[in-house]
Ligand binder design. Structure first.
Ligand code: HEC
Length: 234
C-alpha cells in the first residue's frame, strides 16, 4: 500500500482531513468555548443604535406605527431604544433567513484571495458567538457581495430604495425586488423593511472601524487623477 501512488494519496488525504478538522473545528472550539454566547440585546452597540435612531428620524410615521413611541424620560428612552433595536435585529435575522438572502450573500470574509482588500478585516470566530448567528449565516454562494461588513456602508434610504427595486440603483442587478418590505412606496418601510435595514446596518457595527469603507485606502488605479494630469491628458 505504501509503495503505490494511490496509497500515498490515500494517506495524505486522511492526514489533511484530520489536520483540517483539528485546525478548523477543534482549535476554535477550544479557544472560544469559555466565551458566553451573547444575546441580541448584548450585541446592540452605539453604531447599531445610531442607525436605528436614524430610521426613527427618517421614517417617523412608519417607525411609530410599526415599532412605537419612545418614553419621554431620557433614561427610559435609552433603554427602550436598545430593547426595540434588539427585537428588530432578531426579526431582521429571521427575514434574512426566510427570504433566502443567504443563497446569494455570504457573511464571512475569508483569509484568501485578498478578500480583505474588498470587504474588510478577515472574519474572526468570536464574531459568531451570539444569538443572531444561530444558525451561522456564513453562506456558500456569492451571487452578490459579502455582507458581514456592510453596516454603515450605505445610508438607510439607499437600502430602502435598493430593497424596493435593486435595479434602480444597480443596473442589471439580479437581486429580487422586495416590495413586501414596504407599504407601497420605498419611503414607507413596514415592520419587515425596518427590521431588515436594522439588521443590515448592524452587520460589522462591532468592528473598530465602522463604517469600514471609510478606512479603505484606494489602490493606485482607483486614486483620483490629479488636476495637472488631467490637463496634460487633454
Ligand atoms: C438572486 C441573488 C440575490 C438575493 C436572493 C439577494 N441578493 Fe442582495 N445582492 C445581490 C447582488 C447581485 C447584489 C449586487 C448588485 C446590487 O447592488 O443590486 C446585491 C446587493 C445587495 C446589497 C448592497 C451591497 C452593497 O453595499 O453594494 C445588500 C445590502 C443586499 N444585497 C442585501 C440583500 C438582502 C438583505 C437580501 C434578502 C432580503 C438579498 N440581498 C437577497 C444578489 C442577491
Amino acid at each position: 500500500m505504501f509503495e503505490s501512488k494511490s496509497g500515498v494519496f490515500f494517506i495524505a488525504g486522511l492526514f489533511f482531513f484530520v489536520f483540517a478538522f483539528l485546525s478548523n473545528a477543534l482549535v476554535p472550539i477550544l479557544m472560544y468555548q469559555h466565551l458566553p454566547e451573547q444575546t441580541a440585546l448584548e450585541v446592540v452597540n452605539a453604531n447599531a443604535r445610531y442607525q436605528f435612531e436614524d430610521l426613527a428620524q427618517r421614517y417617523p410615521e412608519q417607525f411609530k406605527q410599526h415599532i412605537g413611541t419612545p418614553p419621554e424620560d431620557l433614561q427610559e428612552a435609552d433603554k427602550w431604544y436598545d430593547e426595540q433595536c434588539a427585537e428588530m435585529l432578531k426579526l431582521g435575522r429571521d427575514i434574512y433567513v426566510g427570504e433566502g438572502c443567504w443563497h446569494c450573500h455570504s457573511q464571512f470574509v475569508r483569509p484568501v484571495s485578498n478578500e480583505e482588500e474588498r470587504w474588510g478585516p478577515v472574519s474572526r470566530s468570536e464574531e459568531y458567538q451570539n444569538e443572531l448567528q444561530r444558525p451561522v449565516l456564513f453562506g456558500t454562494r456569492r451571487v452578490g457581495p459579502d455582507l458581514c461588513r456592510e453596516g454603515g456602508r450605505r445610508s438607510n434610504d439607499w437600502h430602502a430604495v435598493h430593497f424596493f427595486k435593486p435595479e434602480s440603483l444597480s443596473q442589471g442587478s439580479p437581486m429580487p425586488e422586495y416590495p413586501w418590505f414596504f407599504d407601497g412606496t420605498p419611503d414607507k418601510p413596514n415592520a419587515r423593511g425596518l427590521a431588515i435595514m436594522t439588521y443590515i446596518q448592524w452587520l460589522g457595527s462591532w468592528q473598530q472601524s465602522y463604517p469600514y469603507y471609510e478606512a479603505y485606502v484606494p489602490s493606485a488605479l482607483q486614486a483620483p487623477v490629479a488636476a495637472d494630469e488631467t490637463d496634460a491628458a487633454e
